[in-house]
Design a protein. Sequence first.
Length: 66
Amino acid sequence: MKSQQLKSQLFKVSIHELGHTMGLPHCDKDSVCYMRDAKGGNPIDELTDFCSSCKSYLRKKGWQLE
């Protein structure tokens, strides 16, 4: 596995766990949301962003997201 891919996966797992610390549950609204439940698999490379629902929740908690 390439170094850049590992860095990307670490970022995505970290941002997912930070979402949990803010109170976000696993998300089933969008298959590419960082809060998607892996359900025993490894979909990390498929994740691209928070879905609009998760972004809205995090903005209310003070996160500044694009």
